[in-house]
Design a binder for this molecule. Structure first.
Ligand SMILES: [Zn+2]
Length: 254
């Protein structure tokens, strides 16, 4: 399985518009972070997790030719706002399968009503097929089992996903024990870590490291990173040997 980090930033991205914070002014490419998303490929299959406002730019950068579906973690704009730009894929391939929590689908229907309109559709509108995800049902994508993992983003129930030896969990503040069980023997864990200071709805660095120590994957990658985390090069120095700060366009094999 190949995993391409399309974006590794928190909701505003880095640089933050208008910011003169040193990390926002950094010349290190690894300090430039689009909104979070990953592209996952195996055999002929091609899926992304989340579709934020940088989706178009991300698809152009990774030269993605075909997309078989989108898995959503939750409805916040930094994870969904790019959905209008699925149109080139829809025109070539037909309706785009989307996989999400029932509440996320309801939210998308409200915010992108024209996509879900059944009558008098604008001819150029994107179209999707809906697959509702719930915490207790696995589903299959191109021959692989996908395990939804319910995590808490503050008070919001959101999903992470495990596919074989790979798990992706962003915007995490708390993981119930029964859900953490689903991560047993996972080899590669991607987990969000916002910054060093605590935050109400996100793991900070220490909380993410504690969770990694509990799950014990072979390798872990941190994502959904704020400029307040610091310079990539300096933060990476401080991490345990098997923990890596992800960066945009990092590609790994699982
Ligand atoms: Zn987010």
């Amino acid at each position: 399985m190949k995993v391409w980090f399309l974006g590794t930033g928190t909701s505003q991205g880095i640089p933050v518009i208008g910011s003169t914070h040193p990390v926002c002014l950094s010349n290190d490419q690894r300090d430039k972070r689009l909104r979070v998303s990953v592209w996952i490929q195996w055999d002929d299959a091609s899926y992304i997790i989340d579709c934020g406002p940088d989706f178009r730019q991300q698809m152009l950068t990774c030269q993605c030719q075909k997309l078989d579906g989108i898995l959503f973690t939750h409805e916040h704009s930094d994870h969904t706002a790019g959905i209008d730009d699925i149109r080139p894929f829809v025109f070539r391939q037909g309706d785009m399968p989307i996989y999400a929590h029932k509440r996320v689908i309801e939210s998308l229907k409200k915010r992108f009503d024209y996509i879900f309109e059944e009558e008098d559709r604008y001819p150029g509108a994107p179209s999707v097929t809906i697959h509702e995800v719930d915490r207790s049902n696995y589903f299959t994508l191109a021959g692989k089992i996908v395990v939804p993992i319910l995590v808490m983003h503050g008070n919001l129930e959101i999903f992470g996903y495990r596919i074989d030896d790979f798990a992706y969990m962003t915007d995490v503040k708390f993981v119930p024990d029964a859900e953490a069980e689903k991560l047993k023997r996972v080899k590669v864990l991607v987990i969000s870590a916002l910054r060093e200071q605590p935050h109400e709805t996100h793991f900070n660095l220490q909380e993410a490291l504690d969770f990694i120590a509990k799950v014990q994957p072979e390798r872990a990658y941190l994502t959904h990173i704020s400029h307040l985390m610091g310079f990539h090069a300096e933060v990476q120095e401080k991490l345990p040997k098997n923990v890596f700060l992800a960066y945009d366009n990092l590609q790994i094999t699982v």
